[in-house]
Design a protein around this ligand. Structure first.
Ligand code: ZN
Length: 148
Protein backbone atom coordinates (compact mmCIF):
# COMPACT_ATOMS: atom_id res chain seq x y z
CA UNK A 1 0.00 0.00 0.00
CA UNK A 2 1.48 3.36 -1.03
CA UNK A 3 1.01 6.10 1.50
CA UNK A 4 2.42 9.01 3.44
CA UNK A 5 1.82 10.41 6.85
CA UNK A 6 2.43 13.72 8.62
CA UNK A 7 1.74 15.30 11.98
CA UNK A 8 -0.02 18.60 12.61
CA UNK A 9 0.34 20.07 16.10
CA UNK A 10 -2.19 22.42 17.61
CA UNK A 11 -3.36 23.53 21.04
CA UNK A 12 -5.77 21.20 22.82
CA UNK A 13 -9.11 22.89 23.48
CA UNK A 14 -9.61 20.83 26.63
CA UNK A 15 -6.39 21.30 28.57
CA UNK A 16 -4.16 23.65 26.58
CA UNK A 17 -1.64 20.88 25.94
CA UNK A 18 -0.30 19.84 22.56
CA UNK A 19 -2.81 18.11 20.36
CA UNK A 20 -1.17 16.01 17.64
CA UNK A 21 -3.25 15.24 14.55
CA UNK A 22 -1.69 12.52 12.45
CA UNK A 23 -2.86 12.71 8.85
CA UNK A 24 -2.47 9.91 6.34
CA UNK A 25 -2.90 9.75 2.61
CA UNK A 26 -2.91 6.36 0.96
CA UNK A 27 -4.02 4.24 -1.96
CA UNK A 28 -6.27 1.31 -1.22
CA UNK A 29 -8.50 -0.79 -3.49
CA UNK A 30 -7.67 1.45 -6.47
CA UNK A 31 -8.83 4.59 -4.70
CA UNK A 32 -7.06 7.59 -3.16
CA UNK A 33 -7.93 8.13 0.51
CA UNK A 34 -7.03 10.30 3.45
CA UNK A 35 -7.81 9.99 7.12
CA UNK A 36 -6.59 11.39 10.42
CA UNK A 37 -6.29 10.60 14.07
CA UNK A 38 -5.84 13.23 16.75
CA UNK A 39 -4.78 12.84 20.34
CA UNK A 40 -3.63 14.96 23.24
CA UNK A 41 -0.79 13.43 25.26
CA UNK A 42 -1.72 15.53 28.32
CA UNK A 43 -5.44 14.87 28.80
CA UNK A 44 -5.95 11.90 26.50
CA UNK A 45 -8.61 13.64 24.44
CA UNK A 46 -8.72 12.51 20.83
CA UNK A 47 -10.75 11.46 17.85
CA UNK A 48 -10.59 9.65 14.54
CA UNK A 49 -11.46 11.09 11.15
CA UNK A 50 -12.66 8.20 9.04
CA UNK A 51 -11.20 7.61 5.59
CA UNK A 52 -12.54 9.86 2.86
CA UNK A 53 -11.89 9.35 -0.83
CA UNK A 54 -10.39 12.00 -3.05
CA UNK A 55 -8.38 15.14 -2.52
CA UNK A 56 -7.79 15.95 1.16
CA UNK A 57 -8.35 19.42 2.69
CA UNK A 58 -5.53 21.91 2.07
CA UNK A 59 -4.28 21.71 5.69
CA UNK A 60 -3.74 17.97 5.27
CA UNK A 61 -2.08 18.33 1.88
CA UNK A 62 0.25 21.09 3.00
CA UNK A 63 1.31 19.08 6.06
CA UNK A 64 2.14 16.10 3.82
CA UNK A 65 4.01 18.33 1.37
CA UNK A 66 5.94 20.02 4.20
CA UNK A 67 6.91 16.67 5.74
CA UNK A 68 7.93 14.88 2.54
CA UNK A 69 8.42 17.54 -0.12
CA UNK A 70 6.49 17.59 -3.38
CA UNK A 71 6.74 14.94 -6.06
CA UNK A 72 6.41 15.59 -9.74
CA UNK A 73 4.59 13.60 -12.39
CA UNK A 74 5.67 14.26 -15.94
CA UNK A 75 4.59 12.67 -19.19
CA UNK A 76 7.29 10.62 -20.91
CA UNK A 77 7.55 11.84 -24.47
CA UNK A 78 4.94 13.89 -26.28
CA UNK A 79 1.27 13.45 -25.40
CA UNK A 80 -0.53 13.29 -28.76
CA UNK A 81 -3.97 13.03 -27.20
CA UNK A 82 -4.94 14.84 -24.01
CA UNK A 83 -8.38 13.22 -23.77
CA UNK A 84 -7.32 10.23 -21.61
CA UNK A 85 -5.28 12.60 -19.40
CA UNK A 86 -8.26 14.94 -18.92
CA UNK A 87 -10.47 11.97 -18.14
CA UNK A 88 -8.12 10.66 -15.45
CA UNK A 89 -7.66 14.10 -13.86
CA UNK A 90 -11.40 14.72 -13.72
CA UNK A 91 -12.08 11.25 -12.32
CA UNK A 92 -9.47 11.67 -9.62
CA UNK A 93 -10.01 15.32 -8.62
CA UNK A 94 -13.61 15.97 -9.81
CA UNK A 95 -12.53 19.30 -11.28
CA UNK A 96 -14.00 21.45 -14.08
CA UNK A 97 -12.70 20.81 -17.58
CA UNK A 98 -10.88 24.17 -17.76
CA UNK A 99 -8.84 23.33 -14.65
CA UNK A 100 -8.16 19.81 -15.89
CA UNK A 101 -6.83 21.30 -19.14
CA UNK A 102 -4.34 23.45 -17.21
CA UNK A 103 -3.13 20.47 -15.20
CA UNK A 104 -2.90 18.28 -18.32
CA UNK A 105 -0.75 20.96 -19.90
CA UNK A 106 1.54 21.01 -16.83
CA UNK A 107 1.74 17.22 -16.92
CA UNK A 108 2.79 17.24 -20.57
CA UNK A 109 5.46 19.93 -20.06
CA UNK A 110 6.96 21.00 -16.71
CA UNK A 111 5.28 18.21 -14.77
CA UNK A 112 2.50 18.21 -12.22
CA UNK A 113 3.43 18.71 -8.56
CA UNK A 114 1.68 17.13 -5.59
CA UNK A 115 2.16 14.61 -2.81
CA UNK A 116 3.93 11.37 -3.69
CA UNK A 117 0.76 9.39 -3.00
CA UNK A 118 -1.27 11.57 -5.38
CA UNK A 119 1.35 11.44 -8.10
CA UNK A 120 1.72 7.65 -7.78
CA UNK A 121 -2.05 7.30 -7.93
CA UNK A 122 -2.35 9.46 -11.05
CA UNK A 123 0.60 7.58 -12.53
CA UNK A 124 -1.20 4.25 -12.15
CA UNK A 125 -4.44 5.63 -13.57
CA UNK A 126 -2.67 7.19 -16.55
CA UNK A 127 -0.77 3.97 -17.25
CA UNK A 128 -4.04 2.02 -17.33
CA UNK A 129 -5.19 4.42 -20.07
CA UNK A 130 -1.98 4.06 -22.04
CA UNK A 131 -0.32 7.36 -21.04
CA UNK A 132 3.36 6.97 -20.16
CA UNK A 133 4.58 9.16 -17.30
CA UNK A 134 7.17 9.11 -14.55
CA UNK A 135 7.21 10.26 -10.95
CA UNK A 136 10.24 12.16 -9.68
CA UNK A 137 11.03 13.91 -6.44
CA UNK A 138 11.41 17.68 -6.41
CA UNK A 139 14.24 17.38 -3.87
CA UNK A 140 17.26 18.14 -6.04
CA UNK A 141 17.77 20.46 -9.00
CA UNK A 142 17.86 17.46 -11.33
CA UNK A 143 15.07 15.70 -9.47
CA UNK A 144 15.79 12.36 -7.86
CA UNK A 145 14.14 9.36 -9.47
CA UNK A 146 11.80 7.41 -7.29
CA UNK A 147 11.82 3.74 -8.28
CA UNK A 148 8.29 2.53 -8.89
ZN1 ZN B 1 -5.63 17.97 26.15
Amino acid sequence: MTGQTAKIESRCDGCGGTLVRQVNQFIDCGQLWWDAEASCATCGDGWCEHPEAGRPPEAVRSALLAAHGPSRLRAVGPVPNLVPVLRVLREVWEMPLSQARELADELAHAGLAGTLTEMEFLHTRLRSRGVAAEVTSDAGPEGERIPS
